[in-house]
Every structure is written in C-alpha cells, then in structure tokens.
Design a protein around this ligand. Structure first.
Ligand code: ZN
Length: 513
C-alpha cells in the first residue's frame, strides 16, 4: 500500500481500511515465508517448533483481519455508498466476502486446523518416503473432517466440495467442472491414443550428466528472458516445485536431476509463470483484493501458458536451443535440434502427475477430481483410497503405479488440506489455450518475436488483460472479458491437436507452432 494515498482524508474509511488490511498482509506474508522455509530448508527436528510458530502467526493474522476495528471501518465504507465501479466499492465487496468467511471460523478452529496441517505435512512426507499409506491415513481422515467442518461452519454443509472449489476458483462449482471434464474426456483419450500410436518415445538415454549448476543457470536465464524480475524474487530448490509470496518478494522453487534436465527447466518456467502473475498485480494494491490473484485456475493459466504454449514451442527453442547448447556442449553434441524439440514435446504414459506431459496431464486431474467427489460424498472411505486410485489410474491413464508412493501419496495437496484445488490445473490448461489463441489473434508477429527472444509483447498483453485486474472479476468473468467466451474445452483440444498431431504428418509428435 502506498503511504500517501490520493484518497487520504480524515474520517475517510477507505484509507483507514487499507491501513488495517496492510497489517493483515504483513502477518500473512510472514506466515507465507515460514511456510516457504518449511519446504526449502527446515531441519526435520524443528517441525514441532515451526508448527507452533505458524499457528501463532495464523491466529494473529486471523485476529487482525477480523478485528472490531476492521469491521467498523468496513461498515463505514459500505455506508458511504461508493459508486459500484469505484475501486473502494470493489474492495469493500471483496473484503466483505473474505470477512464473512473469516468470521464464521472461530479462532479455536483456525488454530486447530493450522497445527494439524503442519503435522499432516510431515506425516505425509514420512509416509511417502516409506511407501506406507497406513501411516498417513489417520491424518488424511482428520484433514477431511476439518474440511467438512469448515464447509459446514461457512453454511455449505450440503455441498462441502463446492465450498472448497469456490475457495480456489470463485464462482466455479463441481457441476461446472464435471460438465467441462465430460466434454474433454473422450476427445482427449482419443487424442492420446492417436499420439501414442504414431510416436515412438525418444530414447530415455538422450540426456545424461547435466550438471546442477549449469541447469540452475539455464533455469535462471530462461525465467529472466520471459520477464521474471529477480530484484523482487528468487529461485531455490524443494522436493515439489512451487511459487509463493507476492509481487514484492516472489519465491520460486525447482529441483534438479542430472539425467532429467528438462524437468528443472520446465518447472522453473511454470513457477516463473506464476511469479510473473504475482509481479504483474498492481503493486500499490498489494494488501487489498485488487492486488491479489483471482484464484488458482487463472494462476495456472499463467504458469501453463509460459511453460507449454510458449516454452514447448518451436519459436521458443529457436531462441533458447543455442543458449542451452552453450551450457551443455558435450551432453548435446549428438542431439539434433529436432530430437531436442521432440524430447521437449514427448508424450508418454506416466503414473506421476508432475512428470507427465501436457496432453496426459489432464487425465491425472480427472482421476483426482473423481476421487475427491467420492471422498466428500462419502462414497469412498480413506482406507479404500489406494485401491480406488489404482483402479482409476488403469482406467484413465492406462497404467497402475508401482506402489503407493508413486500413486496415492505422490501429491502434497491433501496433506495440506487443499481439497478442490486439483480441478484448477485443468481449468488452467483450458484457459491458457484460450488466452494463447486470443494473443495470436491480437498480437501480429507474436511467434516471430518469441523466436527472437522477445517475450515482452505477450507479457505486456497478459499484464493488461489479466494481471492488472487483481480480483476485480471472478474466474469466468475474467476469462470472458479476456477472450470473448466463457471457459471452454475446444481451444485446448485444438491446441493439442495442432501441436502434437500436425496436419498431413501422421505418426509424429513434433512440436510445431
Ligand atoms: Zn502451478
């Protein structure tokens, strides 16, 4: 928040509310930093202490946001009856939504939930390392109980899963997701079949001995090239790549494997896509809803667009292949540009979601969506989850994981109580494809500029179309505003077909833009 606001007048409730929101923002961003640290550098024996620290900060942030002072100021702002399109009216409407949600949760509940989620994260981490689902099961059960209790406290007891989807993507319901996934499923399965039939996977020994330090330099160069500002961010390593923080301090993480260098590169591009969204939100609104992301589907559309539509394109590799080769002259000596691009656009069946390609990825999300629906409806017990996971995996993805560590325990989300989050990934893929075609239509010469390493026209367009609005519009409203239509499956299917099944070239899955 800026310290000298043009709205500043004594008795004016708007600047007063902004000051109060700023205090909550400071507490929440400190909590976010502790959570980042928990996943990047916390010594295992410090988990108990961190759990206490995090719950104290969560409690203070909750108290600051729900204080009598905030309520009185919000009421005064509402009573001043600003014009509905004024920033102050938009902020009042969104703070009211958040305030009502936060005050329906007693401090006791918030504390219990935060403490339990910290323990559940460590239980998941241990249980995954030992491939022992039974160790994690009681924590997951409790997470589900807390999730149902929260929905019920919020007045969503009859449709708790909708509540959790809405938390991530305002305005989106399980019915909406189900309908989109129904339209996507058959054409996607058919497409995967066609691609796999015609495309022998490249030899897995194509990449060997890529040093971590050179991989790290490439990740940094690629993310800087697309516009990530390292004066306001950094890149570290973690078990599961993520992006946290806000536009003032944006934390990206990735991971390195010497024989799988594309993993660190593409997770860095993905997380930097999230980071670009954070850095593009209005800086002077950092503590208000106008400086926050709409939700996870829009967030994912940003990360997917940079990772896939841009990062896997021939245009991007026209620019980046020479840089990559400079860092790995020996390792890439016998790899042609076409082979490199084929590896970048490789489609294969994989039991692990985060290791899967952009085509089959959506099948992983459909699996999780079905399981979450069944867990919330009570049709599925936690004990039966691993078997059901394996059955659906065979049904949708065409293979079974070798064990639970590679199956039901592979994701961090449920350990953190993040139910209703998975659908956002595929919604993000749908929206990314919609934005991509709109950008191609609006920006003449876009691919030529990408091939020259100039990513600024696309970033500028995204800043103007998506980033600058903060939470002013709900998920689907923003998509409609940006692309002229609501969330739709056709652009993604068209994009996957065009990139992976080029017209007139049967049986090759070469990326071609
Ligand atoms: Zn993401």
């Amino acid at each position: 928040m800026s310290t000298s606001s043009p709205h500043e007048r004594s008795n004016d409730p708007y600047p007063a509310l902004r000051r109060q929101l700023h205090r909550t923002y400071l507490l929440r961003s400190t909590l976010g930093l502790l959570e980042w640290d928990q996943q990047t550098g916390l010594p295992p024996e410090a988990a108990g202490l961190r759990s206490e620290q995090s719950s104290l900060l969560a409690e203070l942030a909750h108290e600051a946001f729900t204080s009598d002072e905030t309520r009185a100021t919000l009421e005064a702002l509402e009573a001043s009856d600003p014009s509905p399109t004024d920033d102050s009216a938009v902020v009042a409407r969104l703070v009211r939504r958040d305030y009502d949600r936060a005050t329906r949760l007693p401090t006791r509940f918030v504390r219990e939930k935060t403490e339990h989620l910290n323990l559940a994260y460590h239980a998941w981490s241990r249980s995954r390392a030992k491939d022992d689902f039974a160790q994690f099961a009681p924590f997951l059960k409790k997470n589900l109980e807390l999730a149902r209790e929260e929905a019920s406290l919020q007045g969503w007891e009859s449709n708790p899963y909708d509540y959790h989807i809405d938390l991530h993507d305002p305005g989106v319901t399980a019915n909406k997701v189900e309908s989109l996934f129904r339209q996507l499923k058959e054409p996607l399965l058919e497409l995967v079949g066609r691609i796999l039939e015609g495309s022998p996977a490249p030899a897995s020994s194509l990449f060997n001995g890529f040093s971590e330090s050179a991989q790290e330099r490439c990740a940094r160069l690629a993310t800087e090239a697309i516009g990530f500002d390292y004066r306001r961010g950094r890149l570290d390593r973690s078990l599961h790549p993520f992006c946290s923080g806000d536009g003032q301090d944006t934390r990206l993480t990735t991971r390195f494997h010497p024989d799988n260098p594309l993993d660190s590169l593409f997770s860095s591009l993905h997380e930097a896509g999230h980071g670009l969204y954070c850095q593009g939100l209005p800086a002077d609104e950092v503590a208000t809803p106008l400086g926050e992301a709409v939700g996870m589907a829009i967030h994912e559309s940003q990360s997917r667009l940079w990772e896939n539509q841009v990062g896997r394109s021939r245009a991007f590799w026209t620019h980046f292949a020479p840089i990559y080769r400079r860092h790995f002259p020996e390792q890439l000596r016998d790899v042609s540009d076409d082979e490199l691009l084929r590896a970048v656009n490789r489609v294969s069946l994989n039991p692990i979601r985060v290791d899967s390609d952009e085509v089959t990825y959506n099948l992983h999300i459909m699996l999780r969506f079905e399981l979450e629906q069944a867990l919330f409806s009570g049709d599925l017990e936690v004990e039966a989850l691993p078997a059901e996971w394996n059955r659906l995996s065979l049904d949708l993805i065409g293979l079974q994981p070798a064990n639970d560590a590679e199956g039901v325990l592979q994701d961090i989300h449920w350990s953190g109580g993040a139910f209703g989050y998975f659908p956002s990934y595929t919604l993000g893929n749908l929206i990314a494809a919609q934005l991509w075609y709109k950008a191609l239509e609006i920006l003449p010469g876009l691919e030529e500029s990408l091939a020259k390493g100039d990513f600024s026209p696309l970033l500028e367009w995204l800043r103007n179309t998506i980033h600058r609005h903060g939470r002013r519009f709900d998920t689907e409203e923003l998509v409609t505003l940006a692309t002229g239509q609501g969330i739709s499956t056709e652009p993604l299917l068209r994009y996957l077909k065009e990139r992976y099944v080029p017209a007139g070239v049967s049986g090759r899955s070469v990326g071609s833009v």
